[in-house]
Ligand binder design. Sequence first.
Ligand code: GLP
Length: 235
Amino acid sequence: MKLITTEGPEEFATIAATYLMRKVAEKPDLSLTLPTGSTPLGLYSVLRRARRGGDFSLDRATVFMLDEYRDLPTYPEGSFIEFLRQHLGEVIFNGSTTVATIDPDGPPRDYDRALDDAHGLDLAIIGVGRNGHVGFNEPGDDLSTRTHVVTLHEDTLEANFAGVVRRARPTQAITIGMPDLRNARSILMLVSGREKRGVADLLAAGIVDDGFPATQLLDHDDLTIVMAGELLRER
Ligand code: GLP
């Protein structure tokens, strides 16, 4: 595992973008996952700028979503696909990028098939939830299953739908499973956000803890963690 700690959001975004751009330069037709959340927003803004400047494209790539809500009352508002349209629309929806979307109502096996057709993931770019979830592989889930339906934990709903009334929240999601993330040729794990100190400590120390799914990826052969430096500072 390679751990890169960064000083400030700009450095965080630049390092993540440089990593991705190198991977795309090596293999323009790579298959990769892109995460939602606030963590990758700086990265996506760098990618939009680079795309506009003609320095970067994902035109030959296949993008996989990590997860999608299943019973989101406001769908598509608040969904993963809407997030991608909003933050990376001009990068992945205006060109010829293949975007493998998860059908929230479809059978999970369809997504496994799409992953198999792409010969698995070249690169899994993932964020980490405050409870250590990856995609929506929550603590306590069966981490040996491929794409599957999960019941969202209360703390995940609180984190992702703060201020949203219960009847407008989903209860379930469909997520890529840990086996496909583990089998990715390379993993770029992005960790930022004050509330993630617990999982950040474990990751930085290289400690695998069953209660934190992200730590299950620590023994991957090609794992790079980009972590906001303030998470490891004295507190
Ligand atoms: C959601 C997503 C995860 C993401 C996490 C972290 O729960 N399913 O894939 O990593 O949020 O979000 P944030 O970056 O906002 O902390």
